[in-house]
Each structure stands twice: as structure tokens, then as C-alpha cells.
Unconditional design. Structure first.
Length: 559
């Protein structure tokens, strides 16, 4: 007598159906020329599921199964599904990069089943902190200055209020957004931990935490940033805050210090980089020159300066200025700091050997009109960038040199042929960021003594004196401090700039491997203000102070 085991038969039947389903997905992947993946053998990223809700993905027969920063791995049953196409297009508009894969229906069902875990997931899972718009508005109404942040945090530290830790995190982040901090620092000492915001480029003390509270805050930061909680050492992570339809990304860096882990959280608010070219602080004559050079059919424009001098903001302003639907713009960045609608942005990945150089090579095969390279740091990237500029592309990039003239020797040091540098490089521009005096409390004082001598000496070096027509030379302004500027005397920032065009005179000296002083001499007839001259103009115009300029620009040394 034969005995049949129904359970074994059911298992065997399921295996057969699963294999048939996977085989069909493989066949379709070849037909549609999309990579195939078996999600039963692939770890599912729970944070990736949060990008789309369960109802949406089930109706569209798709799923987001992995996520790295703004890069999504998307599984589809059919790339021709109209609902899938519409959803993928909307994700791209939000700044996501999409890698699409063909999968079986059984693979999709495996991913969909994981949505049940989201309801059990704690708030501190890495990915996105959902702070309601009402909460943020309420906090922003209360947080108008540094004292308000300090007071709010002080009231929570040591209290027994429910969700105390969550509220401390909300105040820290809402305070940073309200005061427009570019980053915030948590620095442990022997007895406590100091919270500082970087406001207008300068670190400012905000609050102090006791060791116990900081330990709890540190754990929460690690959790929301996707870091290992039980590891004390260097780690990097990220999370996002969604507010009013805008996603503000927070990049977290943790390094071990003498007493505990030190934290820096960088705030990447799209609003902070949405600065129009006309608002950067370029002198109208330099602005006209830059607009003319950007509208040429080819050439390379380089911005130079130290870290934190606003180069990235300037590059994005260039891209916004020239963007129109009739041209293709492609960027290679590390990392992608801000997402712009209508352009293709890619991020370097050393682990996958996707460097600036290899990314640039790949970009050229995409037939772009404009290429933005985050940074030229080696000869290979410099060479490809120059060749791209010579073959019908506009190239924007950055270079680490102290001034505009230093660009040419730097490119020669990287192995570039001096005779072709000036054929490709149309403009070299250097910049620094200075704080602007608070318009509500700045104080007028006479221009006298060493400061008067210094200003007059620098003005005398300007070839075209019409720059200073109508500019008074008898007074300047100093910072005072008021409630409007958090008692700092400064509010907002502007750039100071200098630029050199690659004209015949500059080309003649560059071919002989010149010094920076020789390049400045050759460029003098261009009558473009150098950084010192631009800074003095902004001082006399009341934009900033001598004290602030001397913090970032050497006014004493002649070029």
C-alpha cells in the first residue's frame, strides 16, 4: 500500500512553481535588456521599503529593495507597466538615481511581506525622521535666536518629560534649521559635552549636556544615522528630515575623542544652496564676464579656494543659470550634496572603481553639453576635463589653489601641456566667503590710521579707477550685535572674488611655466578686480568689515 505525504507534495509543487517563475523572469530580463535578480537570495533593506508605501508597490507590481543615499534598487515585474513607469519618473524628479531589475512575482511577494515589519520598526531606524510640519512650525516660532535653543534644551535635560530624548533631538535639529546652521558639532570634554552650531561659517556655542544625557543622544544619533551603536570609532551615516515636501539630508560623522565619540552633523538643506548667480556677491562687471563665458559652446571654467569657501554653491549657481530643457547637463560628484531637477547627477564610488576620471569618461559617452566635475585632484581627471573642453563641451569644476593665478601652475604640476591649458581653460576664478554686517546694528566709524593707508594702497593698484566711482573713502563700518543677528554683528554671507581670463597675454606666459606673479602681471590689462581689491570695495560699501575680511583674506601681501 502506497502512502502519500501531502505536505511533501505541496512543498515540491511550490518549488516547481517558484523555479518556473524565476525562469520566466530570466527570459524577460534578456528580452527587456534589464539585469535579473532573485530576491530570495538578496537581503532586503527595510529603510528602502519606506520610500514607497505597500499599497502603491502592490498596485504597480514593483518594489524598492535596496537604497544607498539617493540611489535606489527597484524591482519590477514588467518595465512596460505604466504605473511603474510613472512612479519611477516621480522618484527621479525627487532626485533619486534608479537601478531597475527584472524579478519574478514570487520575489515581489517576498519583499511585500516585509512591509509587515515596518509597523514594528522603532522610530530610530536609519533613513527618515518624520517630524511633522506642525511640530517644526511650533519650534521655529519658539526658536528665534541662540538663547531660545539653549533654553529649550536646558528645560529638557534632566527632566522626566515623556519622549524627552526625541524632543531634545527635535530641538537640536529644529534650532539648526531655524538659525540656518550649516553643521552642528557635539564635542565631549572631561565633565560635559558642548553643542555648537556653525553659523555663517563661524562656530558658536549653543548648549551643554551632562555625560548621561549625551550618551543617550549619541546612541540615538547612531541609530537614526544607520551606524553601529556598540562600536566606538570612526563611522559615517545619514538620515533625512521631511518638511513641507522638502527633504533635508543630514550627513553624520563620528570620530573617537579622548572622552567619548565626537559628532558632526552636516545640514544639507536644498534652500541653502538655491542661490542665484546674481546673489553670490560677484561685482557686476565680473558677473557679465562669467555669463558671457558660460554661454560659449565650449571651454572650462574653474573655481578655486579652500574647503568651505563656497565653491559648490557657485558651481550649482552656474548650472541653474545655464539650464534649459534643450541641453543635457551631467555631473560627477563626491558626494552628491544637493539634487537638481532636470540634470543627471552621478556619485563617485571608489569601491566600484567609479572615480572622477572614470566617471568623466563615462559621462562623455552620454553626449552631454555641460559637465560638472566636483573636483580635479589628479592628472588623469585634469587631462580628460581639458580634452572635453576642447571637443565641444562646457566643463565646470573646482581646483584647490590659493588664488586664480595658481590654477595655471597647478595644472602644469598635474602634467598638463602648457600650450593647451589656455585653449581649454577660459576662466579661472578664486573665491572666499565673508560674513555680511548686520544691517540693523552696524556702526559707522572714520576710516583712519593703518586701515586707511591699507585701503588707499590697495585702491591705487586698481588699473581701472572707475570701479571706485561714487564709493566714499572716509568711513567704514564695524560689527556691534543685536537681537536680529544673535549679538554677532553679522548676518548672512557674501563672496569675494577674483578671476583671470585666458587671453593672448596670459597664454604667452603660461607656455613658459610661469610663477603666479608673472601671471598676475600678464592679466593686469584685463582690469578685473583681484580678491583684495574686491574686499576693499565691499568694506567701503558697508557690506562687511575690515575685521571680517582680515579673517579670510591677506590684505597685507602684494601679489
Amino acid at each position: 500500500m502506497t502512502v502519500f505525504n501531502n505536505d511533501d507534495q505541496d512543498d515540491e509543487l511550490r518549488d516547481i512553481r517558484k523555479k518556473e517563475s524565476e525562469d520566466l523572469a530570466k527570459i524577460l530580463s534578456e528580452k527587456y535588456e534589464l539585469p535579473y535578480v532573485n530576491l530570495f537570495a538578496y537581503p532586503i533593506n527595510i529603510d528602502a521599503l519606506r520610500v514607497l508605501d505597500e499599497k502603491t508597490v502592490r498596485e504597480a507590481k514593483m518594489a524598492v529593495f535596496d537604497m544607498t543615499n539617493k540611489k535606489l534598487s527597484v524591482a519590477v515585474l514588467s518595465p512596460k507597466n505604466e504605473e511603474s513607469i510613472a512612479i519611477i519618473d516621480s522618484l527621479k524628479e525627487k532626485g533619486y538615481t534608479i537601478d531597475m531589475f527584472m524579478v519574478s512575482e514570487t520575489s515581489l511577494e517576498k519583499v511585500w511581506a516585509r512591509y509587515a515589519e515596518l509597523s514594528k520598526a522603532v522610530v530610530s531606524d536609519a533613513g527618515t525622521i518624520n517630524i511633522s510640519e506642525e511640530n517644526i512650525k511650533h519650534l521655529q516660532e519658539k526658536i528665534q535666536n541662540i538663547k531660545d535653543v539653549t533654553s529649550e534644551i536646558g528645560g529638557l535635560v534632566g527632566s522626566n518629560e515623556p519622549n524627552r530624548l526625541t524632543k531634545i533631538m527635535e530641538v537640536i535639529l529644529a534650532g539648526a534649521l531655524s538659525l540656518k546652521a550649516s553643521d552642528l558639532h557635539l564635542e565631549p570634554t572631561e565633565i560635559d559635552t558642548r553643542l555648537r552650531y556653525r553659523l555663517d561659517g563661524v562656530l558658536t556655542d549653543i548648549a551643554v549636556f551632562d555625560a548621561h544625557t549625551y550618551n543617550q543622544v549619541l546612541t540615538r544619533i547612531k541609530l537614526v544615522s544607520g551606524m553601529k551603536v556598540n562600536v566606538s570609532g570612526a563611522q559615517d551615516g545619514r538620515f533625512s528630515i521631511k518638511m513641507s515636501g522638502t527633504e533635508i539630508e543630514i550627513r553624520t560623522s563620528i570620530v573617537p575623542s579622548t572622552y567619548d565619540d565626537s559628532v558632526v552633523m552636516r545640514v544639507l538643506d536644498p534652500a541653502s544652496i538655491s542661490v542665484e548667480l546674481e546673489s553670490l556677491g560677484l561685482h557686476p562687471r565680473l558677473l557679465a564676464i562669467m555669463e558671457k563665458e558660460m554661454n560659449k559652446p565650449n571651454g572650462m571654467i574653474l573655481t578655486t579656494g579652500p574647503t568651505g569657501s563656497g565653491k559648490t554653491t557657485t558651481l550649482y549657481a552656474f548650472l541653474r543659470k545655464i539650464y534649459n530643457p534643450e541641453i543635457k547637463i551631467l555631473t560627477i560628484e563626491n558626494p552628491i550634496e544637493y539634487h537638481m531637477k532636470g540634470i543627471v547627477q552621478t556619485q563617485t564610488d571608489v569601491k566600484k572603481n567609479y572615480t572622477f576620471a572614470s566617471g568623466l569618461r563615462a559621462a562623455l559617452r552620454q553626449d552631454p553639453d555641460v559637465i560638472m566635475v566636483g573636483e580635479i585632484r589628479d592628472g588623469e581627471t585634469a587631462g580628460i576635463s581639458i580634452n572635453a573642453a576642447l571637443t565641444g563641451h562646457i566643463v565646470f569644476s573646482t581646483l584647490h589653489t590659493n588664488n586664480a593665478a595658481g590654477t595655471f601652475p597647478r595644472l602644469i604640476d598635474l602634467g598638463m601641456n602648457p600650450k593647451i591649458i589656455t585653449s581649454a581653460l577660459t576662466v579661472s576664478m578664486a573665491q572666499r566667503l565673508i560674513r555680511k554686517l548686520c544691517v540693523h546694528c552696524k556702526k559707522e566709524v572714520p576710516l583712519e590710521g593703518h586701515e586707511k593707508d591699507l585701503a588707499e594702497h590697495i585702491i591705487e593698484t586698481v588699473g581701472d579707477q572707475t570701479y571706485f566711482d561714487g564709493i566714499q573713502r572716509e568711513k567704514h563700518y564695524i560689527a556691534v550685535g543685536c537681537d536680529k543677528c544673535n549679538q554677532k554683528g553679522y548676518k548672512g554671507r557674501s563672496g569675494v572674488y577674483e578671476a583671470i581670463l585666458s587671453d593672448e597675454a596670459v597664454e604667452a606666459v603660461v607656455s613658459n611655466n610661469p610663477s603666479e606673479r608673472e601671471i598676475w602681471a600678464a592679466a593686469k590689462p584685463q582690469n578685473i578686480l583681484n580678491m583684495k581689491q574686491d574686499a576693499i570695495l565691499k568694506i567701503l560699501s558697508g557690506t562687511t568689515s575690515f575685521e571680517e575680511v582680515l579673517r579670510v583674506v591677506d590684505l597685507e601681501t602684494d601679489y
